[in-house]
Design a protein around this ligand. Structure first.
Ligand code: FAD
Length: 457
């Protein structure tokens, strides 16, 4: 089966256009009609943001896209994104009762279908709130910032999003490649958040262009930090600083910018014919490997020091990467990047499973020839904001510490945080889940503060 599929891929040119896996209208309604509308919907419990899944599926089964879309909008500001990149196979779809017997409902594809058709036919109209409950600054426009901004705007707050990049979207725009998530889809979802009244101020690096104290001086009642994890973790093995050793997040960003005509393609560090080795086995590693293939790399291998069972990437992403031609080398721990002035390869120590089930080195070495080594071993937050603002405590690794009440407030009153900058790199929907709770925390804080001020307390 796998071999046949691989042949299909061999026969095609891999491109950067989004791989279309969307339903047609007929397929979507047929799939929706399979839903049992369980009285106790496990799918909903499996969704981190508790999307009202059976309700939107029933609306779709009855052909009512507007109603289906309105149901989704009660929980999510990013349905077309979530429909494409959420780990459904581990969440709602895994929990679907039908997945125990036959094929579970393809919830992600249904969500994507509803969001796409709604946008294309402009079915839903967005109501801008006029009542002004307060003024909030949101720093960062990834899934966390977009969720806080959208939820607070719906609650009647005036929200400005400050973003250092020239376009909003965070990892959705600059990390996840086009072939998995079309940038037009991201732009479309941001437009609908804008229609709620949210203002985006791009090309603004907070901590340099403007500080949080200056934001308070401008009259903001609260500030939300959703700045993600901008700094890649280093792998300080010998030769790590050789030309040809690249960080995956930088690589993916440059490819996106080159594809959209914003930087010269010559800046892209992987070239046709390169032998590429990617270190790591998460979503970022798989995206980097598949991107390198699309740039014409002669071969692309992913090396991982643990076993296939321990990789953090989604199984479906791994399978598609393998079908496209990425090779996976399990139990290989990098020990040095080889070469003098230029990278020639990556030396790894072969690992094995010890008696206690732990991975241990065997002493045996294996060399992978490489013109480019791409590091995808994790990220951590930058310190630009906390170093220019007093009173925000962070963990030893730089993650912002927040409270339970009001939810998401940092150690400094009025400053909140959420998403990857708090809970370490995770998923889009987990960043959204936290951000939804923080939006409520911010609303409670601002309301309480205004009441105290009014009463002169
Ligand atoms: P981010 O998306 O990182 O957004 C932070 C934003 O803050 C950025 O726009 C940044 O420019 C801005 N910013 C930072 N500092 C400043 C500053 N000082 N001033 C102004 N703006 C600032 N998750 C999934 O669920 N499914 C996937 O398939 C998936 N694939 C991924 C692939 C890649 C390559 C990567 C890197 C991650 C992937 N993830 C995936 C993880 C997911 O994208 C993140 O967990 C999520 O984006 C975190 O959201 P966030 O809003 O906290 O941060």
């Amino acid at each position: 089966m796998l071999i046949d599929k691989k042949k299909d891929f061999d026969d095609k040119d891999l491109g950067f256009d989004e791989i279309d896996e969307g339903f047609t209208f007929k397929e979507a309604v047929r799939e929706a009609k399979r839903c049992l509308n369980c009285p106790k919907p496990f799918c909903r419990a499996g969704c981190p943001i508790e999307n009202e899944i059976p309700s939107f599926i029933q609306a779709l089964a009855g052909g009512n896209i507007g109603e289906a879309s309105a149901v989704i909008a009660r929980r999510s500001n990013l349905p077309a994104v979530c429909g494409r990149v959420c780990p459904h196979e581990k969440q709602c779809e895994a929990a679907c009762i039908l997945s125990k017997k036959e094929c579970g409902i393809k919830i992600g594809k249904l969500e994507r279908f509803i969001a796409d058709v709604d946008a294309e036919l402009e079915i839903s109209s967005v109501k801008k709130q006029s009542h002004i409950k307060g003024k909030v600054a949101v720093i960062g426009s990834g899934p966390a910032g977009l969720t806080v901004a959208g939820d607070l705007a719906k609650l009647g707050f005036v929200v400005t999003v400050f973003e250092s990049q020239s376009e909003p979207g965070g990892v959705l725009m600059y990390g996840i490649p086009e072939f998995r998530l079309s940038k037009e889809v991201v732009r479309r979802e941001i437009k609908s958040i804008e229609r709620l009244g949210v203002v985006f101020q791009t090309d603004t690096l907070v901590g340099q262009g403007i500080t949080i104290d200056e934001m308070f001086a401008q009259g903001y009642d609260a500030v939300f930090i959703g700045t993600g994890t901008a700094l890649p973790k280093a792998l300080k093995i010998p030769g790590y600083d050789l030309p040809g050793v690249i960080q995956a997040t930088y690589f993916l960003q440059i490819v996106m910018l080159a594809n959209s005509g914003k930087v010269d393609p010559i800046e892209v560090p992987v070239h046709a014919g390169d032998q590429v080795v990617v270190i790591g086995a998460g979503n970022v590693a798989i995206d980097a490997a598949r991107t390198a293939l699309r740039l014409g790399a002669a071969n692309v291998s992913v090396v991982y020091r643990r076993t296939q069972q321990e990789m953090t990437a989604l199984k479906s992403e791994f399978e598609i990467a393998e079908q496209e031609g990425v090779e996976f080398k399990w139990l290989r721990s990098p020990v040095q990047c080889m070469g003098t002035n230029k990278l020639t390869g990556l030396e790894c120590e072969v690992q094995e499973i010890g008696e206690n089930g732990k991975v241990i080195g065997t002493g045996e070495r294996e060399v992978f020839l490489a013109d480019k080594v791409i590091l995808a071993i994790g990220q951590r937050p930058a310190s630009r904001i906390v170093s220019t603002t007093t009173g925000i405590n962070v963990s030893p690794e730089g993650f912002v510490i927040t409270k339970e009440r009001p939810y998401g407030m940092t150690t400094r009153h009025g400053i909140f945080a959420g998403g990857d900058v708090v809970h370490e790199p995770a998923t889009v929907v987990l960043a959204m889940k936290e951000a939804k709770k923080v939006a409520i925390g911010i609303a409670q804080y601002v309301e309480a503060k205004k009441l105290m001020d009014e009463c002169g307390l």
